[in-house]
Design a protein around this ligand. Structure first.
Ligand code: FE
Length: 132
């Protein structure tokens, strides 16, 4: 089981800065086609911007055309948590970091094989490190 990271709201604010705080801790969404990693094609690992946990490999990243970085699966089955999200008049599945419970984005059933899933993730929730 993952050891959870728990900070106070003030500690999160100080650690993340306003944009990342809004997305990770208040389930915000960056505007489509504006994120740092939407067009990133480099090989490497995407880590949680909140806690540093590895979340998505570039090997599973693909161009969905949605305007957000998209992956067909997380790097490990227990890296993320999926929760029902009924906000904004839609029923969606929210994706959170399992370690810090930071909001990452949503997962939709319209992705490519082998999973058929599209993890639609805010760039601001991620920190990319290229492969050495
Ligand atoms: Fe995290």
């Amino acid at each position: 089981m993952t050891d959870k990271i728990q900070l106070t709201e003030e500690e999160w604010r100080a650690r993340l800065g306003p944009e990342r705080y809004h997305i990770l801790r208040q389930a915000g969404t960056e505007r489509a086609f504006t994120g740092e990693y939407e067009q990133n094609k480099a090989e490497g690992m995407y880590y949680c911007a909140g806690c540093g946990a590895p979340l998505f490999s570039s090997k599973t990243k693909y161009n969905s055309g949605s305007g957000w970085p998209s992956y067909y699966e997380p790097v490990a089955g227990d890296a993320v948590e999926e929760l029902r999200d009924g906000s904004h008049g839609m029923v969606r599945t929210e994706v959170r970091c399992a370690k810090c419970e930071g909001h990452l984005g949503h997962v939709f059933p319209d992705g490519p094989q082998p999973t058929g899933l599209r993890y639609c993730i805010n760039s601001a929730s991620l920190d990319f490190k290229p492969e050495e």
